[in-house]
Design a protein around this ligand. Structure first.
Ligand code: CIR
Length: 253
């Protein structure tokens, strides 16, 4: 069960965030509304949500997931792979210091975005992406092991982050799309395969037996409901324009 979440209000400069989506620039007012609805949804799942103030220096700073890994035992501040995002970690570390006595760090030349990390019980899969390098993963794994956890790497070619294409919904259920469908390491799971036309819904989040999914993906919604979950749909169109999904917008612990 998760009890808390940390989010950060999008800043007006988000319209200049990193993007490969070709969906146009986000509408800032709409993004704020969607962010508020996201916070309300987390609260309705029983989480106490800490909201950090917007920071104009970092257009992508609402995507807090990439800046830290939060586990039951420790927090690890990452070293994000995109240069323009590396300074985002300072505010996140300050905020996490209220919740964690034990904070470790990934350091240069290691890079790691925690959007590349997926928690399955005490194990963490680490995607080797354009943002997360092997040096970063090799720093992360011993930190996990020192805290009674474990980690292993997953090769990937097509996606921004590991969790762009795979989400763990507890109970051995894994939502997958694209290159994640056939990964050897994911063979032991019950797979809920998301159609390529709704691939964006593969980034969804389990929160205390609810599953939050993006709006407008009816096949994904039906498949996740059929697996026994209560589904909450949220409009994340303005974050999708920046390659961001539901998991990216919070740290849950
Ligand atoms: C970026 O490219 O870093 C942001 N525009 C999107 C980050 C999305 N984060 C995530 O998938 N964990």
């Amino acid at each position: 069960m998760f009890k808390k979440a940390l989010v950060k209000t999008p800043c007006p400069e988000m319209i200049n965030g990193i993007s490969s989506a070709n969906l146009g620039k986000p509408d800032y007012a709409k993004a704020l509304e969607q962010h508020q609805a996201y916070i309300s949804a987390l609260e309705s799942c029983g989480l106490e949500v800490t909201v950090l103030t917007a920071d104009s220096a970092y257009p992508d700073s609402c995507f807090v997931e990439d800046t830290a890994l939060v586990t039951p035992n420790c927090a690890i501040i990452t070293h994000p792979g995109a240069l323009s995002r590396q300074g985002e970690t300072t505010a996140i570390e300050q905020a996490l210091a209220s919740f964690y006595a034990d904070i470790a760090h990934i350091n240069s030349p290691g890079t790691l975005d925690a959007g590349d990390m997926m928690m399955v019980g005490k194990h963490f899969y680490i995607g080797l992406s354009e943002r997360t390098n092997l040096v970063g993963a090799k720093q992360m794994i011993p930190i996990l092991e020192a805290h009674g956890l474990s980690g292993s790497t997953v090769a990937m070619n097509e996606m921004l982050h590991l969790k762009t294409g795979v989400s763990y919904l507890e109970h051995n259920n894994l939502v997958v799309t694209g290159e994640m469908v056939s990964k050897e390491e994911f063979k032991p799971f019950n797979k809920i395969v998301i159609d390529e036309t709704e691939a964006y819904a593969a980034n969804c989040i389990w929160v205390n037996d609810y599953v939050l999914i993006p709006q407008g993906r009816p096949k994904a919604k039906a498949a996740i409901e059929a697996a026994g979950y209560m589904v909450i749909t949220l409009d994340t169109s303005e974050f999708e324009k920046l390659d961001g999904g539901l998991s990216c917008l919070s740290l849950r612990f």
